[in-house]
Design a binder for this molecule. Sequence first.
Ligand code: AMP
Length: 199
Amino acid sequence: MQSANSTGRRILVFCASSGSCEPHFHDAAEALGREIARAGHTIVYGGGAVGSMGAVAGGALSEGGEVVGIIPRFMRELEWAHPGLSELRLVDDMQQRKRDMLATSDAIVTLPGGSGTFEELFEAITSKRLGLFPNPIVILNQRGFYDPLFELLESSVSERFMNEAHLEMWHSVERVAQVLPAIDAAAHWPDDAVEFATL
Ligand code: AMP
């Protein structure tokens, strides 16, 4: 796992493959890609060419940024992979992709998306809860998209399925400009997180 330097981070972005959502979601993804590249960080993502995935990669590449895509072979065969990335890593399946993405990053940003984005976010949160992934997780709650998710997670705490400390595993921001400062400000996640993984 990479160390969490404030410059030259590898920032893993989870976001939507949909090309049909409102254009402001793609605009935010592109703006985030530009900001990450301008700040000198590398983007790691799922390697897709469409939707917010294509937009975040395109934004970073347009600023001369480094973008690493990690994609299962079957998606490459379907021609879903972005053709212009700095590096494209082919993996056997979705499970290996998630493992490699987490191992290659030192911070995560999650944008609005669908089931694939949720799955990736929850794998990261669950790994963090178990002390297997200590790095910052920032969620872009664009136009309140993630409000229902935060409500559900808070219910999980109030019903004592999770510990109140687990609410510190992620940080919610509303605007793209707040993403990198939130990563820099994130407190170190305890090394002994597994000790309070269960109540
Ligand atoms: P979603 O948020 O449901 O659009 O899922 C985004 C995730 O779904 C990606 O990280 C991939 O795991 C997968 N995915 C779905 N469609 C594509 C695509 N056309 N290209 C690349 N990845 C895709």
